[in-house]
Design a binder for this molecule. Structure first.
Ligand SMILES: [Mg+2]
Length: 168
């Protein structure tokens, strides 16, 4: 139901990102390396505080009610719609090679297209959570607490291993 926009360009694009060399992310893409090996984020990008997830849930409910689309928005359909939108996000990154944080080589039009597709994913995710009666903001808090227990900062510094690979 979301507007779709196919790029149409499926050719292999040259990787113009200077922040990635031979598949290795450099300091320009990952932040400044400190002497203790930790990294500092290159910039403090933040979201605005509104709309909240509840605002998004309500706006999407109004949007579907106005169109009598509730009949189509069962959990399974919403899941498939969300996965389709993830595919549309993937298309924008396809054939580019690695991309530096902040997307410095992308045009304004490409950035706006990405913003649209990420929004489609979020809208369907929020609606899917609603239809499954998952209170998403609270669920995120519980899951992040679990993640902190699974991956204690003191134990996993700088490692990308899965939690099952760590030994006590
Ligand atoms: Mg879309």
């Amino acid at each position: 139901m979301m507007a779709t926009h196919r790029n149409g360009d499926c050719g292999v694009k040259e990787d113009v990102s200077s922040a990635v060399v031979n598949g290795e992310a450099t300091e320009a893409s990952t932040g400044l390396k400190l002497q203790n090996g930790a990294t500092v984020r290159p910039e403090n990008f933040t979201f605005t505080s509104e709309p909240t997830l509840e605002d998004i849930r309500r706006m999407q409910a109004e949007f579907t009610d106005e169109r009598n689309w509730q009949q189509f928005h069962q959990p399974r359909n919403l899941l498939l719609a969300m996965v389709g939108e993830v595919g549309e996000v993937s298309e924008l990154f396809q054939w580019r090679g690695e991309v530096a944080e902040g997307l410095p080589d992308w045009t304004e039009s490409e950035r706006e297209h990405l913003a649209h597709e990420l929004s489609d994913v979020l809208i369907y995710l929020v609606e899917l959570a609603e239809k499954c009666h998952v209170d998403l903001p609270q669920a995120v808090l519980r899951k992040m607490a679990l993640n902190r227990m699974k991956y204690p900062a003191s134990k996993v510094q700088g490692s990308a291993k899965k939690y099952t690979e760590y030994k006590d």
